[in-house]
Every structure is written in C-alpha cells, then in structure tokens.
Design a protein around this ligand. Structure first.
Ligand code: CA
Length: 231
C-alpha cells in the first residue's frame, strides 16, 4: 500500500519535529510547513491525506488555512490549539475541522487520532462528488451548505456530517454505532443517544414533517437510512 502523507503546519519547530518523528515511526510520509502560507503552498505540492494544523501561525492563521483547504478538499484536519483557547469556541466557528487537540498533548494520543481519522475517511468518504442532489434536497459538500427546496438550512457541523454520511450511502442501513464511528470517530466517548439526539435535530431542520420523515428513515431494531427518492 502506498504510504499516506501527513502535512504538519506548525511554527514551533520542536513540536513539529516531535510529531514528525512519531508519525514517521508509524510509517507515514511527513511534510512540515512552518507558517500558514507555506501550509497552503504545501497542500498543492504534497497532496496530503491528512493535515495537522496549528491555530496560531505566522502570516496566515490556522483558521484561515483550514477554511481555504475546505474550499476544495474534504481530507481530515486536526487542529492544534494552544492552552487557553476554548476548543468549543473553535468548533463553533464551523470552519470544517474534524478534530481538536489542545497543547500540551501526548504524541501517542495524537497518532491514535490520526489513525482513526484516516481510517474513517477512507472507509466512509470514498465519494469524489462535491454535491449530492436529491429531488428537493441539495447538499454541497465542499461549501458545507444544504438547501431544502429553495430554503437554505443552517446545520451544525455534526448534523451536517451525519446527513452527509447517510446521504452518500443512500439506501444503506447504518447502526447507531456505525454512525458514531462515521461522524464522531471511535475516540469519542458518546453512545447511541448522541446519534438519536442529532437525528432528531437533523430531521427538524431538513424534513417537512419530522414525525413522518421523507429522507431520514428509522429502520426499526437496526438503525437509520437515507431514502434515495431518485430510485
Ligand atoms: Ca503556533
């Protein structure tokens, strides 16, 4: 199998090198960029499979780098936040990062997250489509944008990912465990209730009648599926 490439964008040389050493030991090809501008340039040049992105960077901030990557790519992005930065706030920005690790962190924990995200990405995101279109429902993957009829729907990042996971595999039944894995990753310590709650919120936002859903169907005793009304 071809080696997967990881791009680290980090201006603190020691942290970048430490991460690089750990990831190289795990068999990944690693490229380090030392500021945001270099990071954006490296995206084009090394075509990484995953990006580890520090938030506080010289020239272009990690947040802006993340947004720029998301304009054309869905690869996993793990952000590094400095102590004191509220990761919830960063998540709330909805910039499309997949995960957050605050400094100081344990390199082996970060490596485990890298593996989990790569596995999740290659398992669930094999599609190369940028837009999923169903009659009356439009999901723009690169711009994180959903329209029901002519109405633009505001989804939180996890709601969006849940919808995408189901809609990319329309007709396929997912258990709650599979959806947890697809959307939250196995490092998340949630349970099936997390999925139930998000499915409910998602239905309230995208379904005309959330008690009688047209798209997101419950398959009793198994889980959920997205009904492909095209077929
Ligand atoms: Ca930094």
């Amino acid at each position: 199998m071809e080696r997967q490439t990881i791009l680290i964008v980090e201006d603190e040389i020691e942290i970048g090198q430490l991460l690089s050493d750990y990831l190289t030991m795990e068999g990944y090809a690693v490229h380090i960029a030392q500021d945001g501008q270099e990071g954006i340039e490296a995206m084009e040049r090394v075509h990484p499979d995953l990006v580890i992105l520090d938030i506080m960077l010289p020239r272009i901030s990690g947040i802006e780098v993340c947004q720029r990557i998301r304009q054309h790519s869905k690869i996993p992005i793990i952000m590094l936040s400095a102590k004191g930065e509220d990761s919830d706030k960063v998540i709330g920005l909805g910039i499309g990062a997949d995960d957050y690790v605050s400094k100081p962190f344990s390199p082996s924990v970060l490596v485990a997250r890298v593996k989990a995200h790569l596995r999740r990405y290659t398992t669930y995101h094999e599609t190369t489509q940028d837009v999923l279109t169903f009659p009356g429902l439009h999901i723009d993957l690169s711009r994180h944008f959903v329209k029901v009829g002519e109405r633009e729907v505001d989804l939180l990042p996890k709601e969006f990912q849940l919808l995408v996971c189901l809609a990319e595999h329309a007709g396929q039944v997912f258990s709650k465990e599979q959806l947890l894995d697809c959307v939250w990753g196995y490092t998340y310590c949630g349970d099936g209730n997390t999925v139930t709650v998000h499915i409910r919120r998602l239905r309230e936002k995208v379904e005309e009648d959330s008690s009688n859903p047209k798209w997101i169907k419950t398959v009793w005793g198994v889980g959920y599926k997205f009904e492909d009304l095209k077929r």
